[in-house]
Design a protein around this ligand. Structure first.
Ligand code: CMC
Length: 422
């Protein structure tokens, strides 16, 4: 194994170099503070690896995304979301027997304690669905006598997310809830519970079900992003899975993260209402003092096309065609992308459309309200959060996450009596 040499305050230190299976290189600094008294400082963690992980691989330069070695393009085309859940959580694509078993368990655990309905109904219908979702996970834990870290908890959080998301949609619309069914797959169950009619048999459109399946797969995991790192951070304190996932929902809700999908649609609508003046919005995004960014553009890791955005752009055309729809916002999005990709500001900074740029147009075509878009992101991402959480808790190197800091505040001083402070 090669070593990195570090010289600091007259001390020389040799640091082990860790190599990942795709040739990624990391310097193991776990002995740095003990050996030299120094810590590292890396605002926004752009250079910090927080763990070793075997779940998701991204090559941001080449625009590659793989779950446990399988290309996202292949999974989106050939797998069901349930197969991807099995892959992420248990390491391999399932055999038919394993898949049947998982489907049966997902059906079983989608049925939640009735008390959760009353809890959701007690919350304001006008609240943002992501706030309702975060509240729902912590409430869910209160109905079960569990440590919050068992295989049952994993299945309940996973399957229950479809139920909670559908209940939240109907609560905001003032509609009665529809219970999950054991004869529908994950996407079908979510669609039936959300858009079905109380007391009626499911009436599912296979094209819609397929589109949701693809969206869930594309959103399932994305290695150590802000929400996954939050889930790991909270879970590292040995907090329950429910608490960890609720915290992840909080992180995802931000407009720089999952909340961007809602912001993109609002931006495209604003462009449309402004008479399609694309230049105005591109110029505004280039002007730092405007505080406006082109939503759905740019990524910390991808410095090339986000492969998920490519798949979703093509899926937009397919979904709209299969539903016989024509959405002027798709036209605006494509033109906006073309203008931005030609503009020196975006070219120089290597800013490309990300996963959130096109997903909203599909959600809109499926009649999902704009403020539910980030819940749709969470519906897929919960599987990745749980996989990350399980990996962290089973890691032999497990320790509570506790970053250090460089203190830049006042040095020691005495307290003045209040009458002497001025
Ligand atoms: N519009 C205009 N300028 C941008 C944008 C944008 N969308 N994104 C980055 N920049 C500029 C930024 O001003 C900076 O310029 P300079 O170097 O001159 O100061 C440069 O590009 C680098 O930006 P950064 O903020 O240092 O990059 P980051 O890695 O910290 O942030 C990001 C990544 C995704 C938060 C950011 O690109 C952004 O705010 N994008 C818009 C929000 C968005 O679409 N978020 C979804 C991310 S993907 C899915 C997910 O995570 O949920």
């Amino acid at each position: 194994m090669s070593k990195a040499q570090l010289s600091i305050r007259g001390e020389d230190l040799e640091l082990p170099v860790i190599e990942g299976s795709e040739g990624e290189v990391g310097i193991d600094i776990s002995r740095l503070r003990g050996g030299t008294g120094a810590v590292t400082l890396d605002a926004g963690y752009g250079n910090t690896g927080s763990c070793q992980s075997g779940i998701t691989f991204i090559d941001g330069e080449k625009g590659i995304l793989r779950y446990r070695g399988y290309a996202i393009e292949d999974l989106a085309e050939k797998a069901s979301f349930e197969e991807v859940i099995h892959l992420l959580l248990w390491g391999e694509l399932p055999t038919q027997g394993q898949l049947d078993d998982l489907n049966q368990k997902l059906g079983e655990y989608a049925v939640l304690d009735d008390g959760i309905k009353g809890f959701l109904k007690s919350l304001p219908k006008t609240a943002h669905p992501m706030s309702l979702l975060a509240s729902a996970y912590t409430a869910l834990e209160t109905f079960y006598d569990s440590e919050g870290d068992s295989e049952e908890d994993v299945l309940r959080v996973l399957a229950g997310t479809a139920t909670l998301s559908a209940y939240i949609y109907r609560h905001c619309k003032g509609l009665d809830f529809i219970d999950p069914r054991s004869d529908l797959d994950f996407a079908g169950n979510f669609l039936h519970m959300s858009f079905g009619k109380v007391g009626e048999e499911p009436n599912l459109n296979p094209a819609v079900q397929e589109a949701i399946n693809k969206l869930l797969i594309l959103h399932a995991d994305h290695e150590q992003n802000c929400s996954a790192s939050t889930v790991r951070m909270v879970g590292s304190a040995k907090a329950s899975l429910y608490m960890s996932i609720a915290a992840g929902v909080g992180a995802l809700s931000g407009p720089l993260h999952g909340g961007a999908n809602q912001a993109v649609l609002e931006m495209l609508t604003a462009v449309q209402e402004d008479g399609g003046d694309l230049e105005k919005y591109v110029n505004m995004a280039k002007d730092k003092s405007s505080g406006f960014r082109l939503m759905g553009f740019g990524h910390r890791v991808y410095k090339n096309f986000d492969p998920r955005a490519k798949i979703l752009k093509a899926a937009c055309d397919e979904v709209l065609e299969s539903l016989g729809l024509d959405d002027p916002l798709l036209d605006i999005a494509k033109k906006l992308e073309a203008v931005a990709l030609e503009d020196e500001f975006f070219v120089k900074r290597r800013l490309y459309p990300n996963v959130d740029f096109y997903s909203g147009i599909i959600y809109r075509a499926l009649s999902i309200p704009t403020n539910m878009f980030t819940v749709m992101f969470a519906l897929g991402r919960v599987s990745g959060w749980i996989a990350q959480w399980k990996e962290m808790r089973n890691d032999p190197a497990f320790r509570i996450h506790r970053p250090r800091q460089i203190y830049i505040g006042e040095t020691a001083r005495a307290i003045q009596p209040i009458s002497e402070r001025g």
